[in-house]
Ligand binder design. Structure first.
Ligand code: C2O
Ligand code: CU
Length: 483
């Protein structure tokens, strides 16, 4: 494996790209047609074939599929059980989960259960590839205190971005018996993705290895991560979600895009932000906007403060994660994701919401036995590209450690740790004012974030990486070994 190709992105940051700064680099792409309003679809739930209590046993097959991803055209895709997004894995704390996986793709793959705290052999990391035609049983038990919103996606060596862009991703919902939010709230799952298509419907996936000079997009993809010009919610373009005036809805939102960072806003409304990657906060936080980096999840309460018959728009507002030379066309205009349509019914009286959600145990910095310094440059951690044969950080089961992630370059990198949820301590030395469980932290350009983590169980080799999929695939990844 040549290291030269990993150096390319660095050069791009230094020398302005005439091609990128022009307006034309997306001109060969199919443009979104205005789709007729469709009601927001919810992915189906994986049927449980087990008769045993506290056991969820499901079957997932990854296979090529010809699907209409954008209305009016057909695309050659990859799909879990024939669907994009794949069906939702719905489980409860304490459940034993058995996933019978079959790989009917022409390429090796894995399923990674992003953020779920499980043994290393079930993690679907690049160490456990499933060959074409092969099968694998993922078996794990869901710990108490981990209820939340997660997602699953392929994680093979060098091919994650390609396979996810082809359609392989799905949601995981872990429920708790003692969920503090009223069970009567209408729940909505919103899986956010983007994609790009060539005229005729083919998914526009420039070959980056070797660098594909035919498609000008490939160069930009290497730097920015691949962004699509068509934005989807649960696989639909601009769908409509309905709400009744006065109603409170619980939204679980997943950023499953390869590189796009969403800055969510709902016109005329504020959100009650109640949860993060690893589940609910201790108390709700009222906010106008949510920044959701790649692979992050949030739980939001949306209060139906609008009048019957009115409509509001969920948009993603401009978010400048880019080096100036590679900002995509239109990056600074808000984009519509979803219309929220109020029914004509008279308002219902709002349910009472408790201001205490749960207690999150504190990971105490006084217990930390090491601080791990990770510097991120373009495509590299601590100046190195990933090597499957190298261990970058080694530690002991039960240890508590602080990780300090410093971004040395002029674009954001979302840092993801496998295996363990962590608590964010501070950003640029400024303490984070609320406690939450996270598995991914976006580190904006030239900033530093610190988190604390306890390796409570599950020894083995765990990956950590940038969750811009092109960066991950190029080797912006390292290995943590817990002994
Ligand atoms: Cu969602 Cu290692 O990834
Ligand atoms: Cu990155």
């Amino acid at each position: 494996m040549s290291h030269m190709r990993y150096l390319l992105p660095i050069l791009v940051l230094v020398f302005p790209l005439s091609r990128a700064s022009g307006q034309g680099h997306e001109s060969h792409l199919a443009t979104p047609s205005v789709a007729p309003a469709t009601a927001l679809a919810t992915p189906s739930v994986l049927p449980n074939i087990s008769k045993l209590p506290h056991t969820v046993e499901v079957t997932i097959t990854a296979a090529p599929a010809r699907l209409s991803l954008v209305p009016g055209t057909m695309s050659d895709a990859f799909a879990y059980n024939g669907r994009v997004p794949g069906p939702t894995l719905e489980i409860r704390e304490g459940d034993k989960v058995i996933v019978h996986f079959k790989n009917n793709l022409p390429v090796p793959t894995t399923i990674h259960w992003h953020g779920v705290h499980i043994p290393v052999a079930a993690d679907g990391s690049p160490f456990y590839p499933v060959a074409p035609g092969g099968t694998y049983d993922y078996v794990f038990t869901i710990k108490h205190g981990t209820a939340g919103t997660y997602w699953y996606h392929p994680h093979p060596d060098h091919q994650s971005g390609y396979q996810i862009a082809k359609g392989l991703f799905g949601a995981i919902i872990v429920r708790a018996a003692d969920d503090p939010l009223p069970a009567t709230l209408t729940e909505k799952l919103l899986i956010l993705t983007d994609n790009r298509f060539l005229p005729g419907g083919a998914i526009d996936l420039p070959d980056m290895h070797p660098h594909d000079m035919v498609s000008p997009s490939s160069h930009i993809d290497e730097v920015n991560g691949r962004e699509g010009n068509i934005l989807f919610v649960n696989g639909e373009v601009n769908p409509t979600l309905s709400i009744r005036s006065g109603e409170v809805q619980r939204w679980r939102v997943i950023n499953a895009a390869a590189a796009r960072v969403y800055r969510l806003s709902l016109s005329g409304h504020t959100f009650l932000h109640v949860g993060d990657d690893g589940g609910l906060f201790e108390k709700p936080i009222e906010t106008k906007e949510i920044i959701l980096a790649n692979s992050e999840r949030v739980e939001l309460l949306v209060r139906g403060t609008g009048a019957p018959g009115t409509r509001a728009m969920l948009q993603t507002l401009p978010y400048d994660r880019y080096v100036p030379q590679t900002r995509p066309k239109g990056w600074n205009t808000p984009q519509d994701l979803l219309a929220v349509q109020y029914t004509k019914q008279p308002p219902v009286s709002p349910v009472a919401l408790s201001s205490r959600l749960r207690v999150i145990p504190v990971l105490d910095t006084a217990q930390a036995t090491a601080t791990r310094l990770i510097s991120m440059s373009q495509g590299l951690f601590n100046g190195k590209v990933m090597d499957m044969a190298r261990v970058d950080v080694s530690s002991k089961l039960g240890a508590t450690e602080i990780w300090e992630i410093e971004n040395l370059v002029g674009m954001d990198h979302p840092f993801h740790l496998h295996g363990f949820q962590f608590q964010l301590l501070d950003r640029n030395g400024v303490p984070v004012t609320y406690r939450s469980w996270k598995d991914t932290v976006n580190v904006p350009k030239h900033e530093t974030a610190r988190f604390i983590v306890r390796y409570s169980d599950y020894p083995g080799k765990w990956m950590y990486h940038c969750h811009i999929l092109d960066h991950e695939d190029m080797g912006m990844m390292g290995i943590l070994e817990i002994q």
